[in-house]
Design a protein around this ligand. Structure first.
Ligand code: PRE
Length: 362
């Protein structure tokens, strides 16, 4: 080419790089808007905004490109921006199966959750005394159940209801669990209690009412202790998975998702067990899933069929509440099963065709 063309091309190469730099600078701003829209749950595409920009741009167009061509070029930039921010959202959350194909297994040493072998978690709604927990743990150990749950910090509807024994409750759980070789799952409600709790529990439970307590999610995400995250009373699956993302994004990928029933118009059960949550979680996430049949049903006569349904749907574990004498329990007395009923529950579960390999077979 002529010398002049070469000179011009040098200029064009420099302008290309300037445009490149400006396009990527613009894209970084668009990404920031995309994150905000994602948090606010607003639409990514904003045609009014795009039209407003195009009108402003052509007002300053002195050619030689005509207005239509300029608008077409900028429309391409807007479309690329939209693709960028939608990809950022869809590229797969940390909890997503798109990011990690293999199942996450929560390894507690003597027992694993998510290893393909169905597990049972059992224990009282509330820790009331050492004797009470000892009686439950003794039967659980006999049944080969290796994870005990018990409420020490209780989220109660009424401030006048039993609020739990607090630290003393965790200490009781730890002493009795160590005696029987069990692992402890207990709820923590206050971010300030998380560090303390790690000294007593093997799994921190974040209760349904705290599923979007983002400070608590970040706090349990900042420690390495596994977390049992319960679905909120009326949480969508997306909200549930994003709550888990808060924990994993904070640094703790040891999370078990627990479906515990959702609040619906149904009156015959305390909540409605959303059994579809089990396969949905299995599809969308690599995290293990547990089903709390006690809080789902809120009644004793459905626990066995719901447990079978949970395992049949692919649940890694089922949680059931049991108490030596439910009638005098300080919380949820109507829904806890006594120890003989728990033993019958375990026997019938083992005999069911779904669970020949249920851990803890005698
Ligand atoms: O300003 C916004 O709301 C954006 O999302 C940024 C942007 C853009 O590229 O400027 C991207 C997509 C929208 O459709 C509108 C505008």
């Amino acid at each position: 080419m002529s010398g002049r063309v070469d000179e011009i091309r040098v200029q064009l190469d420099q302008i290309n790089l300037q445009i490149l730099e400006l396009l990527n600078e613009r894209a970084r701003y668009v990404q920031e808007i995309g994150e905000t829209k994602q948090k606010q749950g607003t639409m990514k595409f904003d045609p009014e905004r795009e039209n407003d920009m195009l009108q402003k741009i052509v007002l300053h167009n002195d050619g030689p490109f005509d207005d239509q061509t300029i608008q077409h070029l900028f429309k391409q930039i807007f479309q690329a921006s939209l693709t960028l921010i939608e990809d950022n959202h869809n590229k797969g959350l940390l909890i997503s199966r798109k990011r990690k194909v293999e199942d996450t297994v929560i390894d507690l040493g003597t027992v694993q959750i998510g290893d393909g072998i169905p597990k049972i978690v059992a224990g009282p709604c509330s820790v009331e005394s050492e004797e009470q927990v000892f009686q439950v743990a003794e039967v659980m150990a006999r049944q080969g159940v290796k994870m005990i749950r018990g409420g020490a910090f209780k989220p109660r509807t009424s401030p006048y209801d039993f609020q739990g024994l607090g630290l003393e409750g965790l200490q009781i759980l730890r002493r009795v669990a160590d005696h029987f070789g069990l692992k402890v799952i207990s709820e923590i409600m206050n971010p300030a209690d998380v560090e303390m709790a790690t000294r007593y529990v093997d799994v921190i439970q974040v209760g349904a009412r705290n599923m979007q307590n983002f400070d608590l999610l970040r706090a349990v995400g900042s420690v390495s202790t596994p977390v049992l995250l319960k679905r909120g009373l009326a949480a969508t699956m997306e909200e549930f998975l994003f709550a888990a993302e808060y924990i994993v994004a904070s640094g703790n990928d040891q999370v078990v998702l627990c479906e515990r029933g959702i609040r619906t118009y149904e009156k015959w059960t305390r909540n409605t067990l959303d059994i579809s949550a089990v396969p949905l979680i299995k599809q969308e996430s690599h995290l293990p899933v547990m089903v709390d049949v006690t809080h789902s049903a809120g009644r004793k006569d459905l626990l066995l069929p719901l447990a079978k349904a949970a395992f049949a749907a692919g649940a890694d574990a089922v949680m059931v509440e049991t108490h030596p004498n439910p009638i005098v329990a300080l919380s949820d007395s109507r829904q806890q099963i006594d120890l003989p009923t728990f033993e019958q529950f375990m026997t019938q579960l083992r005999e069911s065709r779904f669970l020949p390999e249920l851990l803890g077979t005698r």
